[in-house]
Structure formats: C-alpha cells, structure tokens
Design a protein. Structure first.
Length: 331
C-alpha cells in the first residue's frame, strides 16, 4: 500500500489538527473523508484537503475508499467507533482515552482480540515527544541509577466549558497514567487524590489537583493538573534517581511563572508544545499501516491500563483521598 487513505472522525480542535498534520506533514497519508456530528464543521475541515465530509461516522468507517481511521471525537464515542472499525477490519488511531470507563475499554480490547490482529493504536503522543523519548532513554541507560521520585505537572490556560473534577483526571492526568509506567517500565499499583483550596470559578471543578502514584518498583510520582493556571500551557517532568536528577526543563534561577511566561511565551494550548510528537506519531502509524506491520504506538490494552488508574484516582477522590489499589480487569 503506497498511500494510506485516511478518514478522520471528529472535526473539533483535535480532529482538525490531525487533518492538517496528516495533509501537510505525514508522507504516504491522504485524508479522504472527515466526519462530525456538525456537518458544517466537517465540511470546513474537509475543505482544507479536498476530502469528503459527512455527518455519519459509521458511514465513514464503512466507506471502501477509507483504508484507516483516526478517532478524535468526544471521549464517550471512542469505544463504539473503535469496535466498529475493528469489525470493518480497518486500522484505527484513537485519541486518548480509549474509553472513559474500564468496562468499555475491556469491550474494545476483547473485540480486537477476537479479530486476532492489533488494529487499534492509541494516541498517547508523549511516547513520541523528543524530550520524553530522551528522558526514557536516560532512564533505560541507568547512568543515574534507579528512579526514586517523579514530579509531573500539566498546566493549562483555562478549562473547557463544563469541565469537572473527573475530567481533570480522565482528560488531562491520564497522559501521566500512561507516561509514568512507560518511562519506568513498571505499572502503577496504588494511587491517592488530593486538592488544596480551589482557585477555579467553574462549578464542579477543584483546580489544581494533586495525585500520588506508586509503581511496582517502589518509585513515587506526584501528578499535578492545573487546568486554569492562566499563564500558558506548561508541561513539566522531573525524575529524581539514586545518583542524580533528570528533567525536561531546569530553570537556573528562581522566577515566578508570570515572569517566566513573559520571557518564554508559553503557548495557549497543547498543539504547539506537542506538534512534533503528533507528527511523529501519525507518521509512525501511517508507515505501519502502509507496510502491514505492527503499530509502534500505545495499544488498546495500554489504554485499558491507563483508564484503570484513572478510575482508581476517581475512587480516591470520592473517598476523601484514601489510598486506592489499581485493579486492571482481566481480559
């Protein structure tokens, strides 16, 4: 297969960005169809590439002119659409989360295993971000000894309308629930959730939030989500190991985030920060589909594991911060 004809489901910020990236930066990819419940929005995004537009995602999946599918629609639609793609025998790159609940994740993983092929790839793009790749390589080399503590932070300008406590976990922190075990090569075994006095004016959202993870190797990780930090989109990760520390960034002097924002010009959202990661991820997925080889992206089972961690965090949230063990359902 020389050119992979791709259909993109979802024409919001994420879907539109995928269409643009596939069209402009991914060799061997051709966007031929875009689907969205808002037909006008689908048409507007499709016009960028000359693709067809439809309001029916299942029609896009069934289209014989579509070789592979990107799912970037609302989180609650991911499971049903991924199952439909598997039943159609089409490779799919699904944005995180695979599904908001482990029950739905199990359903997707079972469907994929019945098909006998690894058709589903999951969009945990930090696995392709050059800085995170370098961080993982440094951990794997073991120059600084075994990791002991990880400090992760994910901060944004403003939360989306209707954002909730739970969404801060399933929509933001879930990246760390995949990244941390990927970096360490060790699964998350227990979690707890905590929140200080909230700064958010959004009803139903405590912001910022702090999560504590313990992995099977004994390392501890703090995960901070701050959706309404205001100053910009800011991602941080530091690993404290036995003989030194590694970090994505290490300021040389004390400075407030407001001052750093003025000097650094933080982006307004995630797209500029992870542009390379999205491009590299989509290129790797397209190449695998074209060559009929296994995808190097996160798997559907990885998505199930991350959602199991998220569910445990939410259970701790609802139980006053009690430590909760992570239980991944058997498939």
């Amino acid at each position: 297969m020389s050119t992979v004809r791709i259909g993109v489901i979802g024409a919001g910020n994420m879907g539109a960005d995928h269409v643009n990236t596939l069209h402009r930066w991914v060799s061997g990819a051709e966007v031929v169809s875009v689907a969205d419940v808002d037909g006008e929005r689908a048409a507007s995004v499709a016009a960028v590439t000359g693709a067809r537009a439809t309001g029916d995602a299942h029609a896009l999946i069934a289209d014989p002119d579509v070789d592979a599918v990107v799912i970037a629609s609302h989180d609650t639609t991911h499971a049903d659409l991924a199952v439909a793609a598997v039943r159609a025998g089409k490779p799919v790159m699904c944005e995180k989360p695979l599904a908001p609940t482990t029950q739905d994740c199990v359903r997707v993983v079972r469907e994929e295993r019945r098909a006998g092929t690894g058709l589903i790839s999951l969009g945990f793009m930090r696995r392709f971000d050059p800085a995170y790749v370098d961080l993982k390589a440094a951990v794997t080399e073991g120059t600084y000894g075994a990791p002991l503590l990880l400090r992760c932070a994910s901060r944004g300008v403003a939360s989306a309308p209707g954002c909730t406590d739970e969404f801060s976990v399933t929509g933001s922190a879930i990246h760390e629930f995949d990244t941390v075990p990927w970096l360490l090569g060790s699964p998350v075994t227990e979690v707890s959730w905590h929140a200080p006095r909230t700064t958010s004016t959004v009803t139903g959202l405590r912001d910022p939030q702090l999560m504590l993870l313990r992995t099977a190797d004994g390392a501890l990780t703090t995960v901070e989500t701050f959706l309404n930090a205001g100053y910009g989109y800011d991602i941080r990760c530091e690993i404290v190991a036995e003989h030194g520390a590694l970090a994505l960034s290490d300021p040389a002097r004390l400075v407030s985030d407001a001052a750093r924002a003025r000097a650094t010009a933080y982006p307004a959202d995630w797209r500029p920060r992870f542009a390379d990661a999205y491009r590299l991820q989509l290129q790797a997925w397209t190449d695998a589909v074209a060559q009929g080889e296994p995808s190097p992206l996160a798997t559907a089972y990885d998505g199930l594991v991350a959602t199991a961690v998220a569910e445990a965090v939410i259970a701790s949230m609802k139980d006053g911060g009690r430590t909760v063990p992570v239980r991944v359902p058997e498939v």
